[in-house]
Ligand binder design. Structure first.
Ligand code: ZN
Ligand code: FE
Ligand code: FE
Ligand code: ZN
Length: 267
């Protein structure tokens, strides 16, 4: 029995991850994974947009590092991907990025609810303190819904990311989740079970079990990711994400090559 592919892994080019792709691949082989995918934070049109992503000029270096890992571990299938920030109006830039290399899939993530506030930043907790959580979650899901509807992404990353620091609305967010899931279904876009949430204050997989149940009911497919920022995080807690997927009703997941999906059965 082999575990699901880990489709969400970073590299040091994003400036906040440790370990070379070769080391992530070595860890994956050690764990018995047969497939992984690198999805590092993609460049923005301006390199000084923030300080936690690769620069535009580093894209080919990124591809080379992933190719080096492929050469070192021919027994392992290694996918080439990006975690792309979705901001309204950024569609043209994302289409440009998509045209540059033979990506296997693109993960669309929303971190920014404005041009300056990335809601998962531990340095910007003061923003949360100034705002009503429901207002922030509404803004976030509006953007996430546009990201799914854009048709630019195969996978949407960590769908309920705003829960990271436990700023969770008292209001019922089901309508926000439903609207997003409808857009994802319509655009044939998957969501990922991302185990990084278990390592954050929220201590929960992204997305929650309730969200996953709604996703299953809406017919939205899934993938799996650790959001590893170090080799030791590859495949971490995949037993828990497998159990969460099954509890929500899932029996299948998606794999990607050349931006086309195939389906496989959960172990
Ligand atoms: Zn990161
Ligand atoms: Fe992310
Ligand atoms: Fe990530
Ligand atoms: Zn991420």
């Amino acid at each position: 029995m082999s575990l699901m592919p880990d489709y969400h892994m970073h590299t040091p080019l994003c400036r906040h991850a440790a370990g070379e792709p070769i080391e992530y691949a070595a860890r994956a082989v050690e764990l018995g994974l047969v497939e992984i995918g690198f999805s590092d934070h993609s460049p923005m049109p301006r390199d000084d947009f923030d300080d936690w992503r690769m620069r535009y000029s580093q894209l080919s270096e990124y591809v080379e590092k992933v190719e080096a890992a492929r050469r070192a571990f021919p027994q392992l299938t290694i996918r080439l991907a990006l975690e792309v920030d979705y901001l309204p109006g950024g569609e043209e830039w994302i289409r440009h990025l998509a045209s540059l290399h033979p990506w296997d899939y693109l993960i669309g993530s929303v971190h920014y609810v404005s041009d300056t506030w990335d809601v998962d930043s531990p340095f910007k907790l003061s923003e949360w303190k100034k705002r009503d959580p429901f207002e922030v979650w509404s803004l976030y899901f509006e953007r996430l819904t546009s990201a799914a509807a854009s048709g630019l992404f195969e996978i949407i990353g960590h769908a309920d990311l705003p829960k990271k620091f436990n700023y969770v609305p008292k209001e019922d967010c089901t309508p926000l989740f439903r609207k997003f899931l409808e857009a994802a279904k319509k655009a044939d876009c998957a969501i990922e079970l991302n185990t990084a949430g278990l390592r954050k204050d929220c201590r929960e997989i992204y997305p929650s079990s309730r969200f996953l149940e709604l996703a299953f009911a809406a017919g939205v497919p899934i993938t799996f990711g650790s959001d590893a920022h170090a080799p030791g995080e590859v495949g971490v807690d995949f037993d828990k994400s497998l159990a969460a997927a099954k509890a929500a009703g899932y029996r299948k997941f998606r794999k990607f090559a050349g931006r086309k999906w195939t389906e496989a059965s959960l172990p």
